[in-house]
Design a protein around this ligand. Sequence first.
Ligand code: ZN
Length: 462
Amino acid sequence: MHARATISSKNRRVFAPAMKRAAGLFSMSLCLGLAAGWTPEVYAATKKPAESAPVEAPKPVPPPSPRLAPLGQVPDWNDLDSYQRTITKEDFEHQLRHCYARNEEAFAGKIELFGDFARIIRQSSDAGKGYYDLHYLTDRRKTNAGIDRYWKAPWHLPPVVIDSRPLEGLRIAVDAGHIGGDFAIKEGRYYTIGEETLPITEGDMTLRTARILEHDLTLLGAEVLLVRPGPFPVTAERPPDLMGVARDWLRRGDATRYLPGQLVETTADRLFYLSSEIRTRANKVNETEQPDLVLCLHFNAEPWRNPYRPTFTSRNHTHILINGCYSSSEISEDDTRHEMIRRILQRTYNYELPMANAIARTMADETDLPSMGYDGVQGKSVNDNPYVWARNLLANRRYFCPVIFFEPYCMNNREVHARVQAGEYRGLREFKGSARKNIYQEYADGITGGLVNYFRQVRNAR
Ligand SMILES: [Zn+2]
């Protein structure tokens, strides 16, 4: 007889957010828009003038505000000057169409493609702010050696000297997704099923995997940095610090709008764990750690059929993300568009895709899980590998270096739940008739095996 799934009333309220896509770092603007049930356009369309309003002289119209991602900054387009004439027209257009833009309409009106240059609108809400012209490389005798980036491309690393240390000379940042610990419930990455079982908290599971990777990749020669070293946030901000920002965000376009307190609190919570936290990690990575590669660790989940009576899902799968698939509204955000263009110019795609392919092979072998697919909207296929998808997340966009983002295992699958209960045992144990490593070591080995194969092959190719 199957064990009955139970949930305490204390935990009931955390199920629904916990089981929204465990990809988790979903578009903040979408979340906040849904939370508010409101957009400036919709609100303006429903607002009628009072019938007996006195006639007044028209007030001067303020200039349109820039469209930005939550907590984003207005970009300085001249930051891209160092990339002038460093990319060919073919390379730029191929990356934009094939990987970065979800489709042709996604960049229409924001990026115009000409014969010798791409013309990018500086502020999408106001064409009067002008355009940034990115000129293409036309002299093909020049190489990519001078591209402005803090990370080393693998083909610029020397050949492997000691066979047991194929990652020598590499700086790898391991980013354990979410926060865990005391924050697991607030960030909605928590559930329990059954009496006297350990809660499933994604942020603690990613940290366990990160610590194994730190140990194992160091033995293989890499310098490893944990972006989040413990079960606590990297950002110093907390939700109460973000209440004012949350109110401003919700009131965009209408300073008089009534805001229920609960809505402001929920928005401040999301700004804390989805935006401030990831932006702070990105600043640490870009300004201090400057690694050659970031590995973002997550566990996936399937939506609960009934969040108030949770039962296990029979589904279990794995996939790997590279950055791409920007929607029209994402490319309309000035900071997001600037970050996307910078990624194209840094050629992270040329590095992320073959590495994701290499790791997908070992990850599929280790986890023995099938792939998971997207419908071309949230994620986009960029090759014939069913495990590898392009998706735009704050973490894989804001880290200005190659990022491989992992989404193996459904946390609300019965076998995964049992394996998490078993913890970090040594050796093998039987689950559903198969001898398995502990789930954290298996996850880490899936990554390590692919990295070793990839770097041995690239570094020894010359
Ligand atoms: Zn996650």
